[in-house]
Design a protein around this ligand. Structure first.
Ligand code: HEC
Length: 151
C-alpha cells in the first residue's frame, strides 16, 4: 500500500512538472511576456529612483542591475507567438521583420551588460549614463514593435 502511494505521488509530481513545461496557449504566452516586461520595468524604475537620488539605498542598486542581467536572456523566447489577447500589444512587425527585432534585442542586452559593468564601481555619473542608454534601448524596441496605447 505504502509503495503504491509512493508511486502515485511520483506519477502526480511528474504529470504536474510535465504540464508546466507544455507549450503555453498564445494567450498565456502573452501574459507571461507581459509579466516579464513588468519585472524589467520594476527593476528599471527602482534603478531610476536611486540614480536620481529620490529613494532607495544605492547599496541595493547592484541587486536590481543583476535582476536585469538575469532576465535579459529570456527575452527572445517571449516572442515565439502572437496572440488574440485583447491587450496584447506585440506588433506583427516582430514576426514580419525578425532581423530588425533581433537587433533591438541585441541593443537591449548590450545596454544591460554595459550598465552591469559600471554598476559595481559605484560611480553614479557613469551609472546614470549607462542607465539612460538602457532606457533608449527599451524605448527603441517599443517604438517599432509595441502597439501604442489606445485611449
Ligand atoms: C526587443 C523589444 C523590447 C525590449 C528590448 C523591451 N521591451 Fe518592453 N515590450 C515589448 C513589447 C513588444 C511589448 C508588448 C507585449 C505584449 O503586450 O504582449 C512590451 C511591453 C512592455 C510593458 C507593458 C507590459 C504590460 O503589462 O502589458 C512594459 C512596462 C515594458 N515593456 C517595459 C520594458 C522595459 C522597462 C524595458 C527595458 C528595460 C523593455 N520593456 C524592453 C518589447 C520590448
Amino acid at each position: 500500500m505504502r509503495q503504491t502511494i509512493k508511486r502515485l505521488t511520483l506519477l502526480i509530481t511528474l504529470a504536474i512538472s510535465l504540464a508546466a513545461v507544455a507549450e503555453p496557449t498564445p494567450e498565456d504566452a502573452a501574459k507571461y511576456r507581459q509579466s516579464i516586461m513588468k519585472a524589467l520595468s520594476g527593476h528599471n524604475g527602482a534603478i531610476s529612483m536611486m540614480v536620481r537620488g529620490k529613494a532607495g539605498d544605492p547599496d541595493n542598486l547592484g541587486n536590481h542591475v543583476q535582476a536585469l542581467v538575469n532576465l535579459k536572456g529570456e527575452i527572445e523566447s517571449l516572442f515565439e507567438q502572437s496572440s488574440d489577447l485583447e491587450d496584447d500589444r506585440a506588433l506583427p512587425a516582430i514576426w514580419e521583420n525578425p532581423e530588425a527585432f533581433a537587433d533591438a534585442i541585441e541593443n537591449f542586452q548590450a545596454a544591460v551588460e554595459a550598465l552591469s559593468e559600471v554598476a559595481n564601481g559605484g560611480e553614479m555619473q557613469a551609472i546614470d549614463a549607462a542607465h539612460r542608454e538602457l532606457g533608449k534601448a527599451c524605448k527603441g524596441c517599443h517604438e517599432d514593435f509595441r502597439l501604442k496605447k489606445q485611449d
